[in-house]
Write a protein that binds this ligand. Sequence first.
Ligand code: FEO
Ligand code: CA
Ligand code: CA
Length: 635
Amino acid sequence: MAKDFNSMEDSNRSTNPTIHDVSDPQRRTVLRGGALAALLSAMGPLAGCATSSALASGPKLGFKGIPVGMGDKLAVPDGYIATAIAAWGEPVGIPGNMPAFKFDASNSAADQAVQMGMHHDGVEFFPLEGSSTRGLIAINHEYTDDGLLHVGGFNNMNAEKVKKSQNAHGLAVYEVELKGGNWQMVRPSRFARRFTMDAPFSVGGPAAGHAMMKTAADPAGRTVLGTLNNCASSQTPWGTYLSGEENWMGYFGHGSSLSDHQKRWGARKDGAYQWDKFDARFDAAKNPNEPNRFGWVVEVDPMDPTSTPVKRTAMGRAAHEGAWVGVTKDGRAVVYSGEDARFEYIYKFVSRDKIAPGGAKANRDLLDHGTLYVARFDADGRGQWLPLVHGQGPLTAANGFADQGEVVIKARQASDALKATKMDRPEWLTIDTQSGWVYCTLTNNSSRGQPNQPGIDAANPRANNAMGQIIRWKEDSDFDGAGFVWNHLVLAGDSANARAEAKGNIKGDIYACPDGIVLDKRGVLWIQTDVAAAAMYAGELKNIGNNQMLACDPATGETRRFLTGPTNCEITGCTLTPDGRTMFISIQHPGETPSERSDPAEPRKYANWPDYRPDGRPRSATLVIRKSDGGLIGT
Ligand code: FEO
Ligand code: CA
Ligand code: CA
């Protein structure tokens, strides 16, 4: 989500020192990059690859890079085929309840509750019985464009429109099958589900039952209805789906009197979607604890259609982009997550217990017990994980943290107190399980180095950072290490720009604002971009074109453009079948307006992908990518 509309990414007013005393961060980046190249070269040709031998042969990048994209069309390299399925409004396949999509947006809220939601984001393929031709897709529906969602758009909002908007958010699970050479939704399917704002989520971890989680409707503080603004996704080694609740605060109206806690989380007077006007749950003046029940990593077992999803509070509350699991040598889960907001933080959770054999059910409490840390990136290329543990350091009752529940609910304030490093909007992460490198996209930060804002530091080395960078770190010993080394894989940008901070150092095809990042089994790093519609095609971004997906060989840094999307879309989410021959990604908000809210009188003003119907409207969708010769994706 580019989300200038929500403007939720700008709440850190703490006075943590930034590591501003670095004399020459660009030079340091080069030196560390050189040291890294030497290290990777010493590790041999498969360094940087979570490879399986069956998929490792041949060059990593075997396709010809494509030009930058312009206009309302999607492009992939020669020899590739891309097909849209499961667009917004398609019935997910719940038996006996499959209302067809109406292109005039006249589907009811009840219809929307059993159809694909809007604004597809993180997406994961779960094979059925190990198959690469049949499986489940679990996917996030991050937010809505109410200008396209309703007849008459956002005008004359009412309770039915709010309900439809709520039902277009959340998560979906649908079944897919490769049949006759084409991937299709399997409908009906016993696995098909939607998780809307009516779906019960149980609460696990230290905030479960906490006083700050209790509401009139849930006096126990242990069951929350719905999940909000879900952005990135991942799969756990025990077979579940993780999703991050990102810009949830924008849905709440707080009135004009704000507490310090509410201010630190970017609370606003009125909700951006008018839910607070028609659903008292989102009126935080009346229900001040309701916002505390969002901002968590949620875990879903898509394989069990009767399972109840869980909000995992031990990993801290944040504007979570998502969460990604590594495994220590002794079998404990280490979950990395970031908070996509200007000057917010990167977190790590280490589970107390080892991952048990037996899948989701055997690990149903694994993510509820462990230790949470926040990252400090030091100027010497090293970093430290600072424990967010009640009673340690400043995290005491005297400083406003009564217990561990309050530490995780107020993770931003706790991280401020520990003087963690304020980052340039951490988005997706991906973990190279073999080499141990963890990659994180830092998408941009226009406020860096501006008056009365934090200045540059070694990890975030550019003022008015319009382009973004990819940072990576490697733990000292194992994934649970207390310290790490770090460097930048790349600073994004365009060497044609005049401003030094906007040039970047990409080796290959240019891009800006990295967001999605996924390392596949062949060791290819897929990079997806999210330049905001309001910023595209002009100024320092004029040569970058439409949002795109690139393939990078992390051992060499070579980067090739693989896909460009239709006008004003975002490219996000990336998952492959076990055989590496089908890739699913999300095309989010094609045709989005610079205001991020369409004029219902002109629904096709910027794009009409993928249907191109004269009476239609652009729709987010899952994109299925295959090679016409059936080969491995990326070759
Ligand atoms: Fe939903 Fe951080 O993008
Ligand atoms: Ca983004
Ligand atoms: Ca994102």
